[in-house]
Design a protein around this ligand. Sequence first.
Ligand SMILES: [Zn+2]
Length: 267
Amino acid sequence: MDSVWPDGKRCAASFTFDLDAEYVFMGTNPDVANMPRVLTQGDYVWRSGIVNRILDMLDEYMIKSTWYVVAMNAVNHPDEVREIVDRGHDIAIHGWIHEKISHLDRDEEKERRERCVGAIKDATGYTPVGNRVAGGEPSPNTFDILKEMGFLYDSSLRGSDLPYRLGNGLIEVPSYYEMDDFHLFADYPFGNYKARMMSPEAGYQIWTNAFDGYYRYGLCWTTMFHPQIIGKPGNMMLLERLIRYVKKKPDVWVANARMIAEHWNDR
Ligand SMILES: [Zn+2]
């Protein structure tokens, strides 16, 4: 099998985290500001020091990851968000307040994206070059705006098992619904979604089985984890088992989304 990865590695594995915290529902449901139980399911991240809990584990296994950060979290918690950069990880943008953007006009969307970049730069000194659309679909202008702003990659689509180039040259590093911890373990208080609580074994099976397939075919495996979910104590044990599973396989390129996009861009 011909490798598409650096040094002939067999597949790529990328750990990514969406740092939504309390904005995960508030961005589209402002009423959440008056719903303490729901709100604290998100701001739990700050009170319990979840960012550091995850960073400590990534350090232990020498993994560099990507964090998609809601900009208001960088405004409100600059120390925690700066720590992500200080420990060598990539930060990408993930909305101002995790809002839907598909209805915005071009100028407003661009202005908002510039504000996101500014907030992350102010908090961390790091200039993001990646994006994951929060809370819904990209707009018809999203990818051209990102390109205009000098972004390298997006990670909102599902269109391949490998990175691919969009029409305007932007690199898409796809994310996958089966690698999303929210589907398995989150309490959704809105709409048709109801609380769910799968066994950690189910998560382990789904995620390792997916990894086996990406490994078998030499593809790009990416997680889409949320600190408020994967960072809970029991789920950290699951994360650790998953990391060990991935690290045990030979010839896996463990890289963050930016490294993968840079590699794909150079091919
Ligand atoms: Zn999100």
